[in-house]
Design a protein around this ligand. Structure first.
Ligand SMILES: Nc1ncnc2c1ncn2[C@@H]1O[C@H](COP(=O)(O)OP(=O)(O)OP(=O)(O)O)[C@@H](O)[C@H]1O
Ligand SMILES: [Mg+2]
Length: 274
């Protein structure tokens, strides 16, 4: 399915983008000392339905800001975000978000944290998704524990379950595996790909790991330093499902190298381009 749909991105963004669109978005933060920080100006991005889009870019370039804007948590200073043609003006319940920090509620148990979106939506967990998700991420037996009793990686795994519990159409993930050890991180990446392929979902994912980006993505969006622009969009042409072996193919190394070059500004000064 995704091998097929990859083809339509082969010629840039033509025909893509009706699902989520960021249009001429600017975000200016007011700082404590009365100054301003411009995260990005006139930023445009089109995200296709069911695609796995990964954003990479230097620290502080505006990736988290962009994700919060996409889910409706942060209004753009100028411009707009559209979901299926409708402007996103408030947080959407059909989106799930994993933040850079786990952001669990400290007074609620692991299970009750995971159940939060279900409660907010006034639903019940009829098919015991909470239990199954917690088992999936290795938190079986920790359902009644409080967040302070968990390690940073365990808290983040709990937050991933919370983002998935209501089976959102769009999953927005801000460095979700940053606090995990390398082995758990790979395992979670595999699991995420499995969930994504089994349930129709659009994923917007931020990572600092270029290898992770190449392994997961249909397209990798490389951002410039702040105020962020798109330096380049790399289409990853590996078939789905992705396998471990792909990471050892020469083509995999070539993708990693070219994205590294773009980030480091070695690709023809692309980071300085308008
Ligand atoms: N609430 C805020 N008030 C003022 N400035 C902010 C605020 N949030 C972010 N910024 C600034 O906006 C810029 C973009 O921040 P953002 O968190 O989006 O970057 P990022 O790309 O996610 O970085 P990282 O990779 O380190 O997570 C930074 O310069 C940051 O200092
Ligand atoms: Mg961030």
């Amino acid at each position: 399915m995704h091998g097929e749909s990859n083809k339509k991105w082969g010629k840039g963004l033509q025909g893509a983008g009706e699902f989520i669109r960021v249009v001429n978005a600017s975000k200016v933060y007011q700082t404590q000392d009365g100054g301003e920080v411009e995260a990005f100006t006139n930023f445009n991005l089109e995200i296709e339905e069911d695609e796995f889009l990964v954003l990479v870019g230097p620290s502080g370039c505006g990736k988290s800001t962009l994700l919060k804007m996409i889910v409706g948590l942060l209004p753009p200073t100028r411009g707009a975000v559209y979901f299926q043609g409708t402007e996103v003006l408030s947080p959407r319940t059909d989106f799930g978000m994993v933040f850079q920090e786990a952001t669990l509620l400290p007074w609620r148990s692991v299970r009750d944290n995971v159940m939060l979106p279900i409660e907010i939506l006034g639903k019940t967990d009829k098919d015991y998704r909470a239990g199954r998700l917690l088992t999936l991420v290795g938190l079986h037996g920790f359902e009644s524990r409080m967040p302070y009793e968990l390690s940073g990686g365990m808290q983040q795994r709990c937050a991933i379950c919370r983002a998935l519990i209501h089976d959102p159409r769009v999953l927005v993930m801000d460095e979700p595996f940053g606090a995990l050890d390398a082995m758990t991180r790979e395992e979670m990446g595999r699991e995420l790909l499995r969930i994504w392929q089994q349930n129709r979902k659009t994923v917007v994912f931020v990572t600092h790991s270029i290898r992770e980006a190449v392994w997961l993505a249909d397209r990798v969006v490389v951002m410039t330093p702040r105020p962020a622009k798109i330096a380049d969009i790399i289409e990853i042409e590996f078939e789905r499902p992705r396998t471990e072996k792909m990471q050892f193919l020469p083509k995999f190394g070539e993708y990693v190298q070219s994205i590294s070059d773009i980030i480091a500004g070695r690709a023809g000064g692309v980071l300085c381009k308008d």
